[in-house]
Design a protein around this ligand. Sequence first.
Ligand code: GKR
Ligand code: MG
Length: 442
Amino acid sequence: MNVKISQMTVYPVAGRDSMLLNLSGAHGPFFTRNIVLLTTNTDQVGVGEVPGGTAITEILNQSKDLVVGSTLGEYKQVLQKMKRQFGYLDAGGRGQQTFDQRTTIHAITGVETAFLDLIGQYFHVPVAQLLGDGQQRESVGVLGYLFYIGDSQKTDLPYLTDDDQSDDWGKLRRQPATTAEDIVKLAQAAYNRYGFKTFKLKGGVFDGETEVQTMKALHQAFPKAKLDLDPNGGWSLKDALHYADELKDVLHYIENPCGAEDGFSGREILSEFQQRTHMPTATNMVDTDWRQMAHALELHAVSIPLADPHFWTMAGSVRVAQLCDAFGLNWGIHSNNHFDISLAMAVNAAAAAPGKIFDIDTHWIWQDGQYLTKNPYEIHDGAVAVPKTNEGLGIEVNLNAIKEANRLYVENQLGARDDAATMQYLIPGWQFDPKRPAMVRK
Ligand code: GKR
Ligand code: MG
């Protein structure tokens, strides 16, 4: 029987978040995603998750005619058609904030993933075996992604405060954390629950020197852990060189320490930074498509490309991994707030990435407990297992949970992320400035 897509359903959904601080401001009480469900004429269901926002929802809805009626084997042709029809929407590139998105590439990833999930189920293999040269590992290292946290009591927004009292992590993740001591406590609580071997701190919040001291405190508390600090390009090159010197015995790698300035592109500035410091440098900001990647490689601007499947596609993300393996670079994955479907996507991409990869980013620890599937992947000892016995993504969607998350989205009239609006509760009139940490305002 020729297996065909008989139905495509798109659910814009929302989940709950903490008041996480970053260069763009503060996370609101909700984060949003788009969920794609493909159902076949044999009643199999494939699923994909991509960032939220109506622009992506609309492209997905407008793609239904291209998807429904196609066979599983035709999925690459379907993705090509989506690119041909909607690709022009991505022509302007992306803005300065990390969550400024292209749109079509995300919609394509949502459909691609749901197809891969179905094809994996059909052939009884995990998605990782369908990507690149096939599955390379059964366990993927993930990092503990730490954030400073704002005081949500200073807002009238519906942040959760006591959704998980089961351990210190569950409690602390909803409370303010603004000092080095608070961050070390968060790290300890996350370590106790998840066993991380790598920690990343989202910087670009306080002045660089304060964040340097936080990293030193983390290093003292976890001398064996690999550490990364990511101010999202918020420092000048001059400051970045100074902080890198202070952190040379503390960091395993650094992420977007600086970005475009004085008429030079972010890739040029990162290249100067790497040449002068020899510090391994990751980025999710200046090599986000092949054209940028070509320039980044030519300039030696990056040593750890963070190839998030959500904006590279699943196949594209693994293609970047193959390139990294061949060129002697280290590969990793960038993340944003996400549900358990995206966790499965990232882990399958990483399981197919050849060579020595870095522990991948995931925001999952901030969302753990909010499941859209009946059998979410789990983090143990700083890693997630992707058994070779998995079929497709190896997760079963919970349609009731998806509909509930859709209700949350609709009732709260949500759309794309806006961290500036939330930040204005902490600093009235606050505006985004790509060169100034969020809490540093006159
Ligand atoms: O969740 O606030 C956040 C992060 O800052 C996110 O938006 C970034 O895209 O995690 C990301 C990063 O590594 O830059
Ligand atoms: Mg980053």
